[in-house]
Design a protein around this ligand. Structure first.
Ligand code: NAP
Length: 243
């Protein structure tokens, strides 16, 4: 019987994959919820999280796995996100814009609720952490990223509200949002290829890369796990310090 269950959405790439391969809890069972999977050491639960029909499948999975779990720790990291379509609202592809809103704004709330419900209904007696990956884009406006910026702002405010609720009701459940800084992942590679007409701030991100300013995903992942080992308060929105 495992001591810890760790779910990470989008653990097939970038920060999510680094989190999956650096989980500091011995014998943890790690589940990657993404479309492609493939990260060593992680079980794969295939899901397109921009498709609302996947959300009930994930909730059913969480309820089933938590129902007979008697370990010490349960962690759900919601990390999956997309920048696409990069470009101007009213001009970009409608289906892609809808998928952006569903993945970045709606899925974090719906899946966060599902995890909290699975923890509550299972009667789990251990410590539970719900972690949302957020971004400076939650509070800085970027032309070309409206869906992404709005989604991250929604994540931050959801975490503040739900953190308040859990502080009152379930002190062993912690809900936090973590902004990782600018990290060397496929998402950043994708940003650098953007057309300046679609994303006017592109040169800033190209310059950060050229100047070697991007953080290493493994260092970010270790810093995030270390943050959770500390006493960060439920409801916090944290800019991650990476040593
Ligand atoms: N990199 C940065 O500089 C930076 C800065 C601030 C915040 N962040 C945040 O950190 C998190 C991770 O970013 P990253 O840079 O590691 O991104 P990434 O390399 O592009 O990885 C994104 C992950 O999300 C998953 N994903 C995307 N669309 C999905 C969908 N429809 N259904 C399920 N999974 C989906 C991808 O998996 P599949 O393609 O296999 O589905 C992939 O594993 C994001 O929340 C991002 O907003 C990153």
């Amino acid at each position: 019987m495992t001591d810890a269950l760790v779910w990470i959405t989008g653990a097939s790439s970038g920060i999510g994959a680094a989190l999956a391969t650096t989980v500091p809890i011995p014998d943890a069972v790690v589940v990657d919820i993404s479309r492609s999977g493939g990260t060593p050491g992680a079980e794969h639960l295939p899901a397109d999280l921009a498709d609302p029909s996947s959300w009930s499948a994930v909730e059913t999975h969480l309820l089933a796995r938590m129902s007979d779990f008697s370990g010490r720790r349960a962690v759900f990291v919601h990390n999956a996100a997309t920048l696409d379509p990069i470009g101007v609202a009213g001009e970009v592809d409608s289906l892609a814009y809808r998928r952006n809103a569903l993945l970045n704004a709606a899925a974090p709330q719906v899946l966060g609720h599902a995890f909290l419900r699975a923890v509550a209904e299972s009667g789990f007696a251990g410590a539970a952490d719900l972690v949302m990956l957020t971004s400076g884009a939650a509070s800085s406006a970027y032309a070309g990223w409206s869906g992404y910026c709005a989604g991250k702002a929604a994540v931050d405010q959801w975490v503040r509200c739900v953190g308040l609720e859990q502080r009152e009701r379930s002190p062993s459940v912690r809900v936090v949002a973590v902004a990782p800084g600018v990290v060397a992942t496929p998402m950043q590679e994708h940003i650098r290829t953007a057309d300046a007409a679609a994303f006017p701030a592109v040169e800033r991100f190209r310059a950060l890369h050229a100047d070697g300013e991007l953080r290493d995903p493994d260092a970010v992942a270790r810093a995030l796990w270390a943050l959770l080992d500390g006493d960060v308060e439920s409801g916090s929105v944290v800019a991650l310090d990476v040593p």
